[in-house]
Design a protein around this ligand. Structure first.
Ligand code: AMP
Ligand code: GLY
Length: 423
């Protein structure tokens, strides 16, 4: 079986790594991929957003399954195009991908199906938004409706910050059409958790849980990033009352809503949750795997990923089809100097040969040049370790981070620290 993975981050390297273990897979391709995927797959120099070229290439190369990593091609309708060309592809269609493509659409969906979420107001003009602000307390969350590479959410502490955010999104059009509509949203306190589910059109099956570290610096300080590290499982979900509540108030209504809206959803749905005591709210939906959540979840999945795809294709994925390693996993992201602001690139990375065998260095922003590996992005590598306890996994991950070097490299030192001491 020939499989194509679309994307070039750590998440896509983890997908390639998982597919590599399948006895059903003979060839793996990754478009466009990175230096890590090149070691276990054949990179194809087509951008993840070039749907026309991707579909032509997949037809020409008789690809059996395509798996989409990032949200942009999903929101742009890559799944519909592949289906029109009778190609199998894993991901939601364009109509369903609006759950990530439009935050307004997602909020209206949550409201209609009684899925708990922060109170909000949709605004189409800056005047409307200025007036709307008075209905909220500070801090206030202001969100661009459309895709903004994870940067369209602004948390404002006072009216001046709110005015600046509105100008940025609606006047300066920092994120273009993504800011045509905006959301004003009440700030929710609590602890965030990522719940990644697979949907087969009939069922919604949560994968093992993960906890992401979004801030750049230790102690959850500094700027928001794409994610600086992760661990799995997330011990918050050990509580069966929480699991039950999530099923009843979030997962079941999502399934009902999709059915009533005639959204045939097959693919991944990433539910961003905010948990505060017994209050569980949905912050957002993403229609793809998380990054770096995938780098801690997939190494714990025992089931052959091709089997998972087949069950989804048949519309009959059951929880018992997914079996999991008991080991805990931790991933620490090694980032370039300056990230998440503008960052340095083209730094030589050394030390790969010293990495312990049981540790997986997932590549993100890396590229090959003259048989050497250089940095090419903000998040460069995700060092993932699995072990019987969080403490062992953490030690293993961090001792291996120290073996890698590139100029300006930085990483958080507290990934999994709390969970290590609390379990
Ligand atoms: P989103 O893309 O909507 O998940 O927002 C990105 C990040 O902003 C989330 O992961 C949270 O850290 C934060 N955030 C979004 N909405 C809220 C909210 N209503 N209350 C508190 N934090 C929020
Ligand atoms: N790590 C958060 C995300 O993938 O959106």
């Amino acid at each position: 079986m020939k499989v194509l993975v679309i994307g070039s981050g750590g998440r896509e390297h983890a997908l390639v790594w998982k597919l590599k273990q399948s006895t059903q897979v003979t060839h793996i391709f990754c478009a466009p991929g990175n230096a890590g995927t090149a070691q276990m797959a054949e990179n194809v120099p087509i951008a993840a957003t070039d749907i026309t070229k991707l579909v032509e290439w997949a037809k020409l190369n008789t690809i059996d399954w395509t798996i989409v990593g990032p949200e942009q091609p999903l929101v742009a309708g890559i799944v519909d195009t592949f289906h029109q060309n009778k190609l199998k592809i894993f991901g939601p269609n364009k109509a369903s991908a609006k759950l990530e493509g439009s935050k307004v659409f997602a909020k209206l969906f949550m409201e209609k199906y009684n899925i708990p979420t922060a109170p909000f107001k949709i605004c189409q003009t800056i005047e409307e938004a200025r007036q709307g602000i008075s209905q909220f307390d500070f801090p206030l969350v202001i969100k661009a409706d459309g895709l903004a590479a994870g940067k369209g959410v602004l948390i404002c502490n006072d009216s001046q910050e709110a005015e600046e955010a509105l100008k940025l999104l609606m006047e300066e059009k920092k994120f273009g059409k993504a800011g045509d509509s905006i959301l004003l949203e009440a700030f929710l306190p609590g602890k965030e958790a990522s719940l990644i589910c697979i949907l087969d059109g009939n069922h919604i099956i949560p994968l093992e849980s993960a906890s992401d570290y979004k801030r750049a610096l230790d102690g959850d300080l500094g700027l928001n990033t794409g994610g600086m590290g992760c661990y799995s499982p997330n011990t918050m979900f050990n509580n069966s009352a929480i699991r039950q509540k999530i099923k009843q108030t979030i997962l079941d209504p999502i399934l009902k809503g999709l059915e009533q809206e005639h959204l045939h959803y097959q693919g991944v749905l990433f539910i961003g949750l905010m948990i505060h005591h017994d209050q569980i709210n949905v912050l957002e939906f993403n229609v793809r795997f998380g990054d770096p959540e995938t780098q801690v979840i997939l190494p714990r999945l025992q089931t052959d990923f091709i089997d998972v795809l087949s069950y989804v294709h048949q519309g009959n994925l059951q929880p018992q089809d997914l079996t999991w390693h008991k080991d805990k996993s931790i991933c620490v992201i090694l980032a370039s100097k300056g990230y998440p602001n503008s960052y340095e690139k083209e730094k030589l990375i050394t030390g790969f040969e010293k990495i312990d065998q049981q540790v997986i260095p997932f590549h993100a922003g890396t590229e090959n040049r003259d048989s050497k590996i250089f940095t090419s992005g903000g998040r460069v590598l995700g060092i993932t370790a699995l072990a019987a306890s969080f403490e062992q996994a953490r030690k293993l991950a961090y001792s291996n981070c120290e073996k890698i070097y590139f100029e300006g490299m930085h990483f958080r030192k507290d990934i999994g620290q709390q969970v290590t001491f609390s379990t």
